[in-house]
Design a protein around this ligand. Sequence first.
Ligand code: ITT
Length: 200
Amino acid sequence: MQLIVATRNAHKTREIEQIFGSASAVRDLTAHPEISEITESGMSFEENAKLKAIAVSRKLPGLVIADDSGLEVDALGGAPGVRSARYAGVNASNTERIAKLLSRVANTGTKSDRRRARFRCVLAVARDGHVLATFEGVVDGKIAERPRGSHGFGYDPIFIPDGFKETFAELPEEVKNNISHRAEAVRKLQAELPTLCREA
Ligand code: ITT
């Protein structure tokens, strides 16, 4: 089965591909430079995932999946949340985003739970401009004192999932792709895919 993922983030594509396994061929927007950037104006992951899925499914045939995801830190009132990709400005580097987050967390006091955090992912599935379903995944953990590891992407070097000492960027890809927010959302989607394909 051929699935289109409405993303230009190659890391997401690779993870979604690995979680799906070999049963499905996953393509992202790399081959579609004509599809312009979609403004993520929603207030929630679900809204943004739907916006992306609707916009791309109006332009491309078949089932389109959009992933909107990010990191929520308790001590920061759930920030960066939907603004995870733009947390330090649109042109900032990943290193700058991580540095900003670590310095904000360090300034929130000494309460032991101030580092509690979670990654959240919402996948929206659409066809011909209509959303068919959404699926959510969450992984709980805490923010590390400093960045560690080189796997993964984004905030992985500072996220320690519950039950581990290592950050997502230190753990093997297979481990992240087994327990991550994205893994949970993709597995829920995978379970519903036969029904979605029949209904679409
Ligand atoms: P698309 O919109 O093209 O899919 P994007 O990177 O802009 O790509 P989002 O708007 O969903 O995607 O922003 C998600 C950001 O949240 C992402 O850029 C990372 O900074 C962070 N993020 C999401 N999932 C992550 C993960 O598994 N590991 C580390 N950081 C993650």
